[in-house]
Design a protein around this ligand. Structure first.
Ligand SMILES: [Fe+2]
Length: 232
């Protein structure tokens, strides 16, 4: 059954789907953003079964398929095959992990893309292993992230392994925080700070993230707290 919610009426829908990551059973999230022109942007695509496709096709026509980070490319090739008229865009680092996506257009800072009339984008730089692009949906002041914030609470579906690692070991329960891969593997903290400060300068209030609870209000304060070890 499709787990979908209309996050911003008529503009942003979210689909949650189960994944397994290092033995943990968690959920990941796809964002579907509908532009003023009716075109859909698919951010971090989920498995594309018939039910999902039927739902998506009912919303509008898929124009852009965005692979926002190099840990969120698993199902992008399915979307790419299913929607050959859509353009495929990928964060740096994706092509190396998924040769099937090598033809994707690389996302770079400071470049205009078809979504730029709706969304700003900014690379999160400075990590050894994670490459991710953050997005701002300007009209609804919604920040759309992938892994640079995770937010797990007792309300988040989780198994004992999730609770062991995220609650007991990493102590990132009940608060938005960097994913452990970010926290442990900074390569250039100054570069990371520049990226995160640029994102904090955006005008946003809500935050959509790849895993865990959504932030419905006061998102900027939540992001600043989550990133305090880098942005101070
Ligand atoms: Fe992730």
């Amino acid at each position: 059954m499709l787990h979908v919610q209309e996050f911003v009426p008529g503009r942003i829908w979210l689909i949650e789907y189960p994944i397994r990551y290092f033995g943990m059973h968690i959920y990941a999230r796809t964002s579907l953003i509908k532009g003023q022109d009716g075109a859909l942007i698919v951010h971090s695509g989920c498995p594309l079964d018939d039910e999902t496709r039927h739902f998506v096709d009912g919303l509008g026509s898929v124009a852009s398929i965005v692979v926002p980070g190099n840990f969120h490319h698993m199902y992008a090739a399915e979307w790419d095959r299913a929607y050959p008229d859509a353009e495929l865009f990928a964060s740096p680092g994706v092509a190396r992990k998924s040769p099937a996506l090598r033809h994707a257009r690389l996302i770079e800072d400071g470049v205009q893309y078809p979504w730029s009339s709706e969304l700003d984008h900014r690379m999160v730089q400075g990590n050894w292993i994670i490459r991710e692009v953050a997005f701002l949906h300007r009209a609804t002041r919604t920040l759309i992230l992938t892994d640079v914030i995770e937010y797990f609470t007792d309300d988040t579906p989780s198994d004992w392994q999730v609770r062991f690692w995220l609650k007991t070991v990493f102590r990132m329960w009940d608060r938005p925080a960097f994913a452990p891969e970010y926290r442990m593997l900074w390569r250039d903290r100054s570069l990371a700070r520049q990226s995160l400060e640029a994102i904090l300068a955006w005008d946003f209030d809500r935050i959509v993230i790849g895993h865990g609870e959504l932030v419905h209000a006061d998102g900027k304060a939540a992001a600043r707290r989550a990133w305090a070890s880098i942005v101070g």
